[in-house]
Design a protein around this ligand. Structure first.
Ligand SMILES: [Zn+2]
Length: 266
């Protein structure tokens, strides 16, 4: 039953992944994302529904436009697959069916978390390309975080979570705001807002874990690029993808990692 549902939400995630591709392509160009029909960026030809089946259309068309045969980036199927897999994993971790019983609270939480994860995918790809995170995306994560806190307080009647998560927002968000203001060319405002939104979402321990994972990988990648001479010390690296990766790992496996870490001291 659980496996069936995980597959089902995974398939929904694949289709949502197609929409994420549209956002990744159009948001930096300030184009409208909903009403304009999907079209080939090269020849402008509107795509038919059978050109829009996630993963399969790309494979069947051999990674080329059906009309002008220009190459379609592997990023399209990759984003679809990534979103599908993550939606299934999020379901596995935050199932809305607890021992065979459907939970409305669980479903709403699941949807909000899936929206956060999909937004993080858009953030990663746009930041990697443009070194800029659109405010609208950080705002979506903020709103989801607030709604989740309200839900938790109302349904799980845990008032404490509001205080701890707001404290996380003030301390972690404040610390990174200070770092970004003091260190020139260190971090962008978009990165700080992203970290602030995620601290309201996850609380102190999970956010710190996400930041440690993200910055560790970012520095390994940064140093490797300097060693192989692909960049020098002054090259800016987009932090959005690394922070997003840390946040997703923390959302999925944070409890396991933090409990394991704490068990080392007992
Ligand atoms: Zn075309």
């Amino acid at each position: 039953m659980e496996v069936l549902f995980a597959c089902l939400v995974g398939v929904v995630g694949l289709f949502v992944g197609s929409f994420l591709n549209v956002c990744i392509y159009r948001l930096p160009l300030k184009e409208e994302v909903v009403k304009t029909p999907s079209h080939c960026p090269e020849c402008g030809e509107n795509l038919k529904w059978y050109h829009l089946v996630p993963l399969f259309s790309w494979i069947f068309l051999g990674g080329k436009c059906a009309f002008c045969k220009s190459k379609i980036s592997a990023q399209y199927p990759l984003v679809e697959l990534l979103n599908g897999v993550l939606w299934a994993l999020i379901f596995w971790r935050y199932s809305f069916i607890v021992s065979g019983v459907f939970s409305f609270y669980g479903l709403i939480s699941y949807i909000l978390l899936s929206v956060v994860v999909s937004t993080l995918i858009i953030v990663s790809f746009i930041d990697a390309k443009t070194l800029h995170i659109p405010n609208s995306l950080n705002l979506i994560i903020f709103i989801c975080a607030i709604l989740l806190l309200v839900l938790k307080t109302y349904f799980a009647t845990s008032i404490g979570v509001i205080y701890t998560n707001v404290a996380a927002l003030i301390f972690i968000g404040g610390a990174f705001f200070a770092i970004a203001s003091l260190v020139e060319n260190g971090m962008g405002g978009g990165d700080v807002k992203l970290i602030a939104a995620c601290s309201l979402l996850m609380g102190i321990s999970h956010t710190l874990l996400a930041i440690i994972i993200g910055f560790f990988i970012a520095s390994v990648v940064g140093i490797t690029r300097i060693i192989i001479n692909k960049s020098n010390r002054k090259t800016l690296i987009p932090l959005g993808p690394y922070i997003s990766f840390g946040v997703i790992v923390s959302l999925l496996y944070g409890n396991i990692i933090i409990n394991y870490y704490l068990s080392l001291f007992v």
